[in-house]
Design a protein around this ligand. Structure first.
Ligand SMILES: Cc1ncc(C[n+]2csc(CCOP(=O)(O)OP(=O)(O)O)c2C)c(N)n1
Ligand SMILES: [Mg+2]
Length: 894
């Protein structure tokens, strides 16, 4: 039986000494603890549990501890800082965070911002900033901190007081596009590259990225790419945020990998946006059960120091009982409705408790602190977390949402509160005793005391001792020298008639790259349990799979060459079946150039169907984080991946990738195209430091890979080049092909010439996305420079002098070639794989989706006939000859 006490259960009655048998057992136990020590007592309990199991008794699994602080008062260490000074600094930060949001909403109604998240988080962050967050470890970079996104005003306010953010920036909070320095709403490295490192505001993304970041730090250490340090990864998350599957979905990774470099702090203010997180239960208990069940070290910080005396005086056990029987909905009311209410409804339940607080005023009861607002409790929890060995720690800190925001405190609507009334402003100032001058207080404007004041001196001194200001993202990038294109000569030379796939071509390039003396060791292959699908066995043999414990068993296939090889310094991240986790590894590796000063080069190979559509938001955050690397969409193409059907056959990932602003997409047909693209990607990202990353499709259809023709490089990179001109005179029609469908276009070229006397040029289109982007940029320039000579988009330059309609076919949706329709107007006929996939072989699938050589031929003839360049009746007859059924159901709707 698992007891997870998230919802109220009748609390156990305090055990009275005279309960006979129970009392005797307890007495014996107490004696053991006293005389032989806690560890002996623990052994006895374990033995008892074992015996119970042997006798068929199922002992209860206790995942919850009593609803009080994990660290007993007597074990607390004194606070090392100047409490009075820190509280003044915190008050100033609170003020500026509030003023930033309040003022902006007064000025620009509805511009938004959040007051109540930071108000609950302030002390949790301040204790970290003053005593824990190292910005460096010797010559190594410092801790990595994932800030709760909605608390950004507080982080900005601190930086403002430190003098790192100007008043103008503060006044331009959420005004980013006015030609003046401003501040982005949330943590966005794309927008503030020397400040934020981690995008966190899409809930759940911070926590999962933090877990894999901690794991990746160990990977770098074990592979000797960075020195071992006591660096920590801190992730601050909301209690509501834990409902996202990404937040808790990877908890066991952290225990399995013994990540004692990882600390989660959950800001348990009991509320999310609409209302309570668990009105009818207790979020802290639920999370305690989940984290402890996953093997984490759990530290609860529930009650502040002012409760200690009450606990000490309460002999009845009723105080804890009352706490345990209250649900979060009630705890919210206790903070929303004031001291009188607390006396009546909380303490008033039992006369003994009323008596316990008889000497306290209502105001004192109202201000009894929760642990997450008590620096000493927080300090002790952080210290334990930092010192904990062998696994990750979570701190569950109970706080008040909208803490100190007067009538907004702990109200359901507080998340959306954006400005305070004049009275609330005054109350806020008084509540925190904020040392702001009168005028600033009245108008709620930002305020920074002069440099020489004790507050500013103190906060700067603290940061100096911890290595410098935070957050601060390193913009400097270690630059690599990309290998020359000739390095991939195998791919450039073609397969000499051997049938291979672009996936095989890529894997062989990857293996070559891992042998490069400069960049080889920096390559990080990542795969979610699809290594065999992509033919990675040889790479596994070459560099091994990373396993922090090495290989504790003899693999059953050890006697074959390509055995399953795990190594402590293995290079491949074999993630198991988790696209989200793999993407989080990709993010850690893709930003290591900034976080670790090591420019690792991740290649994440996955089932293309389970990429953008499954983990698109993580990819979006990757772009924001200025990640670099290669997303390799394997088993690409709706008709090329045969047999797998509707849930696997991808005909749209390149549509989705096109909406990611800094993602460069390619859909290559041949191994040499792949080589040109990968080489150029390495050059652009790692040699030139461009802020882009790549999405490249790779297919599993085997065919002969041609040798690279001279001079095609530019076309491959820009997105189009003529692959095979018409053989019998000037072409009357142009055929575009991408991926394996290029072969269908080539077949169509032959059929058109041989059967119908129609000449066609065949073009390889490697990227409609890049062609469109370039054309849009050219058009925009033309629009903005009406008096200057027009720039011609590359697609038009490439097609100059060509004639006739264009039939563009790919293994992706029609909207992919359609991206070029503004420039190709009447010429373009798109063929593609719109509609749900099917299970069948390639031949039938291409027929079904109308992207076969016959369909391309038919489309060309049909279109030529509409243009009066081919006899319409003959075209209709040709369809019959080609076995193209004009009455077949539209695959887009099938
Ligand atoms: C994926 C995602 N869904 C929804 C939101 C909108 N949202 C922003 S804050 C918030 C509530 C957050 O509650 P909690 O995590 O408890 O943080 P708190 O502000 O209470 O500290 C929501 C729903 C979001 N940012 N990301
Ligand atoms: Mg919350």
């Amino acid at each position: 039986m698992v007891v997870m006490n998230a919802y109220p259960i009748a609390p156990a009655e305090p055990v009275e000494a005279d309960q006979g048998e129970v009392a005797e057992w307890l007495e014996a136990f107490d004696q053991i603890v006293e005389e032989e020590g806690p560890s002996r007592a623990g052994e006895l309990l374990e033995a008892l549990t074992r015996r119970a199991r042997e006798s068929g008794v199922e002992p209860p699994v206790q995942l919850n501890t009593p609803y009080k602080n994990t660290i007993p008062v007597e074990q607390e260490l004194p606070y090392p800082g100047d409490r009075e000074m820190e509280s003044r600094v915190e008050a100033l930060i609170r003020w500026n965070a509030m003023a930033m949001v309040h003022r902006q909403n007064k000025k620009d109604s509805g511009i938004g911002g959040h007051l109540s998240t930071y108000s609950s988080l302030a002390t949790l962050l301040e204790v970290g900033f003053n005593h824990f967050f190292h910005s460096s470890y010797g010559d190594q970079p410092g801790d990595l901190i994932y800030f709760q996104g909605h608390a950004s005003p507080g982080v900005y306010a601190r930086a403002f007081l430190e003098g790192r953010i100007s008043e103008q920036q503060v006044l331009n909070f959420r005004h980013e596009t006015r030609g003046e320095p401003g501040l982005s709403s949330y943590p966005h490295p794309w927008l503030m590259p020397d400040f934020w490192s981690f995008p966190t505001v899409s809930m759940g993304i911070g926590p999962i990225n933090a877990i894999y970041q901690a794991r990746f730090m160990r990977y770098l250490e074990n592979r000797k790419l960075i020195a071992e340090t006591s660096r920590k990864i801190w992730a601050f998350l909301g209690d509501g945020e834990t409902d996202e599957p990404e937040s808790l979905g990877a908890l066991t990774v952290a225990t399995r990998e013994k990540l004692d470099n990882l600390i989660f702090v959950v800001n348990c203010n009991l509320q999310r946006l609409d209302g309570p997180v668990r009105g009818n239960g207790k979020i802290i208990n639920e999370l305690e059960g989940a984290f402890r069940g996953a093997g984490w070290n759990v530290i609860k910080v529930i009650w502040g120091t002012d409760w200690d005396a009450l606990f000490a005086r309460d002999r009845s056990g009723l105080l804890l009982k009352r706490m345990e029987e209250s649900v979060d909905g009630e705890y919210q009311s206790f903070k929303a409705k004031g001291g009188e209410y607390v006396r009546k409804e909380f303490f008033g339940r039992y006369p003994e408790l009323l008596e316990l607080v008889a000497d306290k005023t209502d105001e004192q009861l109202e201000n009894l602190h929760r642990g997450g607002h008590d620096p000493k409790k927080i300090y002790n929890a952080y210290l334990r977390a930092v010192e904990h060995k062998g696994g990750p720690t979570v701190i569950l800190a109970k706080t008040v949402k909208g803490y100190g925001l007067g009538s907004a405190q702990a109200r359901n609507a507080t998340h959306q509160e954006k400005k305070l009334t004049d009275e609330a402003l005054v109350a806020f100032q008084r509540r925190f005793n904020i040392p702001v001058p009168k005028e600033a207080a009245k108008d709620g404007v930002p305020y920074r005391p002069t440099e020489d004041t004790p507050e500013i001196t103190y906060m700067k001194q603290r940061r100096k001792e911890l290595g410098g200001f935070m957050p601060a993202r390193e913009k400097r990038e270690p630059k690599l020298r990309a290998p020359e294109l000739e390095f991939f000569s195998d791919a450039l030379g073609g397969s000499r008639g051997r049938a291979v796939s672009t996936t095989m071509g890529f894997v062989s390039m990857l293996r070559t790259l891992m042998k490069d003396p400069e960049v080889g060791k920096l390559v990080v292959p990542i795969v979610p349990d699809e290594g065999r699908t992509f033919g990675l066995e040889s790479a596994i043999r070459q560099v091994g799979i990373y396993a922090s414990q090495g290989q504790l068993y003899t693999p059953h296939d050890q006697d074959i060459l390509l055995y399953y090889r795990e190594e402590k310094d293995g290079q491949i991240l074999e993630e198991g079946i988790t696209e989200a986790g793999s993407m989080a590894s990709f993010a850690a590796a893709g930003t290591a150039y900034s976080n670790y000063r090591v420019a690792t080069i991740p290649f994440y190979m996955y089932y293309s169907m389970f990429g953008f559509q499954r983990v698109g938001d993580l990819i979006w955050a990757f772009g924001d984080a200025r990640g670099k690397g290669f997303l390799m969409g394997g088993t690409a193409g709706r008709t090329t991946l045969s047999g797998e059907g509707l849930q696997h056959c991808d005909g749209h990932s390149v549509v989705m990738s096109s909406v990611y602003p800094n993602c460069v997409t390619y859909d290559p047909a041949f191994a040499y195209e792949m080589a040109i693209i990968v080489q150029d990607g390495l050059r652009r990202m790692y040699q030139n430091g461009e802020g882009v990353y790549y999405y490249i499709t790779m297919y599993n259809e085997d065919y002969a890979m041609p040798e690279m023709a001279k001079g095609v490089e530019e076309g491959v990179l820009r997105g189009i080049y003529k692959y095979k001109p018409a053989q019998g005179g000037k072409a009357a029609v142009q055929l575009f092909g991408s991926g394996p469908i290029l072969n269908e276009a080539l077949k169509a070229q032959a059929i058109l010439a041989e059967k119908y006397g129609v000449q066609a040029d065949v073009w390889s289109v490697t990227s409609y996305t890049e062609l469109r982007r370039e054309a849009l940029a050219a058009d925009r320039w033309n629009l903005l420079h009406p008096a200057e000579k027009e720039n011609q988009p590359y697609i038009l330059k490439a097609l100059e002098g060509t004639e006739g309609p264009i039939v563009a076919a790919s293994d992706y949706m029609k909207i992919v070639p359609d991206q070029l329709s503004p420039w190709l107007r009447e010429r373009l006929v798109s063929l593609g794989t719109d509609g749900f996939g099917r299970s069948d072989n390639r031949e039938y699938l291409r027929k079904h989706f109308e992207v076969s050589a016959e369909s391309i031929t038919a489309a060309a003839l049909s279109r030529l006939s509409r243009e009066k360049k081919f006899d319409a009746k003959k075209a209709q007859k040709a369809l019959q000859e080609l076995n193209v059924n004009p009455e077949k159901m539209d695959p887009a709707k099938a």
